[in-house]
Design a protein around this ligand. Structure first.
Ligand SMILES: [Zn+2]
Length: 101
């Protein structure tokens, strides 16, 4: 696998935000996973009547974690990129309980 930095000198375009190419496979995979979780979590929350804020995604030692809050009732939803065996990928009050509003 070629590293992107090895080709940087020859390429006039900045490829950092380009989705194609093999060099950033790991990053793309991680993003896809967390994005999929975010969409699933939002669907569950919307179904319960919540109006969720934007997810804040944080990189931790355990992979990416995301958190969002309902604008109306302030319930939280959490997403975990790499949950431990005793954890779940999507959790929080907002996916378990209906919105108060
Ligand atoms: Zn709510």
């Amino acid at each position: 696998m070629q590293r992107y930095t090895a080709r940087r000198g020859k390429c006039s375009m900045h490829g950092d935000n380009v989705a194609s190419g093999n060099n950033s496979n790991m990053e793309v995979k991680t993003m896809t996973k967390i994005n999929r979780l975010r969409i699933e979590a939002l669907e569950s929350c919307n179904w319960r009547g919540h109006d969720m804020k934007r997810f804040s995604i944080t990189q931790t030692h355990q992979g990416k974690v995301g958190e969002s809050e309902c604008k109306k009732c302030k319930m939280l939803v959490h997403i975990l990129d790499k949950p431990y065996p005793n954890e779940i990928e999507i959790g929080g009050e907002a996916v378990a309980l209906n919105c108060f509003d």
